[in-house]
Design a binder for this molecule. Sequence first.
Ligand code: IMP
Length: 423
Amino acid sequence: MITVVIGTQWGDEGKGKIVDLLAKDVDYAVRYHGGNNAGHTVVIGEKKFFFHLIPSGIFGKKSKGLITNGVILDLSVLTEEIKIIEEQGIPLKDRLYISPRCHLILPYHRALDVAYENARGDKKLGTTGRGIGPCYSDKVSYNGIRMYELANWDLFKEKFAFQLGIKNKILETFGVKPLNLEEELEKMADLRKAVIPYMVDTYQVIKEAIAKDEKILLEGAHGIMLDTDWSPYPYATGSNTVVGGVNCGAGVPDRKIDRVVGIVKAFTSRVGGGPLPTELHGEIADSIREKGHEYGTTTGRPRRIGWLDLEAVKFACEINTISDIAITKLDILNGLPELKVCIGYELDGNTVPYSSCGYEELARLKPVYKSFPTWEEDITGIRTFADLPKNCQDYLNYIQDFLGVKISIVSVSPERDSNIYRQ
Ligand code: IMP
């Protein structure tokens, strides 16, 4: 059984919690794209864990974690996460495997990310500053360095020195202090020793798991509206967040995927710049942000808030062939003075689909809204659909009918067991 979990909006849909739920009995939990720009939160009892690189499904009873070739790795973040998990009594040796094909986020990628953003002035994209764009651009321009190269230290040093020399010249043109080769190599030497024991050909692990019919859970990062190709580019991230990323980023053949779970937050949020058609300002946005703790897991930035954008989510369902939906953070809508969803886009008097819009159109268009009656009741303790307030049921049923995809899970609080399951 192969399941993929995908965020259908602008990231931060609450994937971590749903992955943790679905990972209970899986054999492998897999991260297959992106880097430590992602942040997944898992709450277990009193403890809160923030993952940036290690698959959030690692807490499953028997799950092993795979970080496959599509992921880009900042080794200082990775080693820190390994330490935090091991301190919880979960040894990761022989439980976490990292593909030698993963590209490395190197110190000059982080410096370049920040330098480019500063140079953009008031046209900043709002990246996480983690070196994501510069690392992926090195990957596709044949200037990247992979995990695999760490095994041959002399070769690594040669490549690193060559790249650092070039990057320093670029940094200098931005007026940024160049990086010191010796200092950076010293840090890399320590990190290298810590991560080499985890290197394994993850393709073979996955191939054998498929042959044995084992359970694999692939965790998508970010969200569909940040996909390099399908976002309002350049307000994008550097990887393909659509389900196609599973094939190139993990080596799992498309036709082996059994289930694609789409995570839909009951409203919209976004960090960083770019158009957000249903964006809200004022009291409702502030109240949703505070109640929902809508601050970036990775950067701590306040998230922009909007009504649920079903036009965008419908596109996400289509392009990913989503089999079923998990609705998250429904409880945050309790007691709102009004409630709306966007059911289409209107541009210059015409109806336009999400896929026809670039960033300029998305910023200009008028969302078409449908209003819903609200509910006052606290729904966090409810565990069956029938016990939900009628207005809340109507809201969910409308979403399900509009998308034409079944809602299988409704999450009503961050706690691990606060869910409503629908057959
Ligand atoms: P980058 O991925 O750091 O290059 O940032 C590009 C854009 O994607 C910025 O708007 C980020 O805020 C956004 N972004 C990247 N990863 C995530 C995520 O996991 N959740 C939400 N937004 C993200």
